[in-house]
Design a protein around this ligand. Structure first.
Ligand code: SF4
Ligand code: SF4
Length: 486
């Protein structure tokens, strides 16, 4: 039998719990034994060989049956191929019309009461003379759109986003009432969530969230010295004023009154404001159940973007918090470090994606005018505009984008061992960095690979030291819709 080694499908790594082989085509993990190491080593030196040659070369160390068994396993995992690839096999063509849209992000308000320096929404949109506020006919059409496009899905998700969504709270109330009524008639469940800057939370808003079991994510960047660096108000005199002081008492009210679901903090990690463990401890001390960190990579002219050296610092902070995670897990408690919990979930279930996220495939964004975009980060982009909730989706455009976005079309990703977890990287990040949403996120790859390798080490350690912990405490639903939007 002829064997051709596919190094892109095999990533061996060392962890504190021993050697692990990542079978990159399926994202499955294997603890390596001596035969596995030897077969892999031979294949690395002789990428094209026969089973007979391989068996003969290792005959003095291992019985032929054990070698054959390992080779068979490698063939199953596409680490060895026994036949030349069939050139007629191509990437399957998707028709998004057949994908139910189960999540819609509604930008109920384009304006914002804060002036965060890193915000990706253009200033004219938020602070111009006529920032777009969604009106009732558009909101109603957005809900109808979601239900209509959700097909057979039993659950639909309405995600409120801005600007600052609470600037249009009146409309939110109307939308929720209408969506609940519609869910009842259509025999579906509707789930609501919001990402907010928290500065407009009041008791009545909180009670409304409680009554409708909103999933709440608050954008907060840490203790005052870190948060106020870039999350600020702009005074009438043009001065920047940190928002922490306004936010803190409102969070206190939130944690005192809201019990329906765990509340998540979303931290934007920027230059000169990297202090992962301190930020985590501060935010969980306030009452947040989980904290998710979103590192912002550098773009030309911005003073907040993280350069490669900063990303190293973020990674070091992630590892430090990861050690606490393991330590506390062994002692029987859960650490709400959502980046790590998400990664551990992906590793555990063997996530293997062809797309980075559900944008365009199950998730769409509707802006204040009813225009439909890939996700909450794209409103205003002509290139990623896919129709309007009142006139319908432009399936031709959306199909063209999604089919081009398939991981299989990103040449450089084909040899990357984390491709099944990455899916080629966030479209918006790619557009910001490379001017093309379809570009692989090459500025982020080293970080992602190092972080994934670390996560696999943590996963193995948890399985060894506290078996069952991941299943019991860490696994979370991983629908395509990112409920904690950044
Ligand atoms: S974008 Fe980078 S990390 Fe992601 S799959 Fe491609 S090469 Fe790998
Ligand atoms: S990962 Fe990027 S493209 Fe996907 S939903 Fe998030 S911001 Fe949008």
């Amino acid at each position: 039998m002829q064997l051709r080694f596919h190094s892109e499908n095999a990533y061996p790594m060392s962890t504190d719990s021993g050697r692990v082989l990542v079978a990159a085509k399926s994202m499955a993990l294997f603890e390596m034994d001596a035969v596995c190491e030897a077969v892999l080593h031979y294949a690395q030196i002789r990428p094209a060989c026969s089973l007979e040659q391989l068996t003969a070369a290792l005959a003095d160390r291992f019985p032929a049956e054990e070698i054959a068994e390992t080779v068979h396993e490698f063939v199953r995992l596409h680490i060895f191929e026994t036949e030349a690839p069939d050139p007629s096999v191509s990437i399957p063509e998707l028709d998004v019309e057949h994908f139910p849209v189960s999540s819609v992000v509604v930008n109920v308000a384009n304006k914002c009461n804060l002036h965060c320096t890193y915000c990706y929404e253009p200033d004219e949109a938020k602070y111009g003379p006529t920032p777009v506020q969604m009106d009732w006919p558009t909101a109603q059409a957005s809900v109808d759109f979601l239900f209509q496009k959700s097909g057979q899905s039993r659950e639909v998700n309405l995600i409120f986003f801005g600007g600052e969504a609470l600037l249009n709270f009146k409309l939110m109330r109307q939308v929720v009432a209408y969506a609940e009524q519609k869910a009842q008639t259509e025999d579906k469940a509707v789930d609501f969530s919001i990402t907010t800057n928290g500065t407009l939370l009041t008791d009545s808003v909180i009670d409304f969230f409680q009554a409708h079991r909103f999933g709440i994510t608050v954008s907060i960047d840490g203790p005052p010295d870190l948060h106020d660096k870039r999350r600020s108000f702009l005074t009438a005199g043009g001065q920047r004023k940190g928002s922490y002081q306004v936010l803190a008492p409102r969070l206190e009210r939130l944690f005192a009154r809201y019990t329906a679901r765990p509340v998540v903090a979303r931290v934007t990690v920027t230059k000169d404001a990297i202090d992962i463990v301190r930020t985590y401890e501060h935010l969980t001390g306030l009452g947040f159940f989980e904290v998710g960190f979103s590192p912002v990579t550098a773009t030309d002219g911005a003073d907040y973007g993280l350069e490669p050296a900063d990303l190293h610092e973020v990674l070091a902070g992630f590892r430090q918090l990861g050690s606490l995670y393991v330590e506390r897990a062994v002692a029987g408690s859960y650490t709400g470090f959502s980046n790590l919990s998400t990664l551990l979930t992906d590793i555990h279930v063997g996530t293997n994606k062809f797309f980075p996220c559900g944008a365009g495939l199950g998730l769409l964004d509707v802006d204040g005018n009813g225009d439909v975009y890939l996700c909450h980060r794209f409103p205003g982009s002509e290139e990623h505009h896919y129709g309007n909730v009142k006139d319908g989706l432009d399936y031709d455009r959306l199909n063209a984008f999604v089919n081009k976005a398939h991981l299989g079309n990103k040449t450089v990703c084909q040899t990357c061992w984390v491709r099944g977890l990455c899916g080629g990287g966030c479209y918006h990040e790619a557009m910001t960095q490379f001017g093309d949403a379809l570009h692989p996120n090459l500025h982020y790859c080293d970080f992602l690979r190092a972080w994934t390798e670390y996560g696999i080490g943590v996963y193995m350690e948890l399985q060894r030291k506290t078996p069952g912990f991941v299943e019991q405490y860490v696994l979370r639903g991983r629908g395509d819709a990112p409920k904690e939007l950044t």
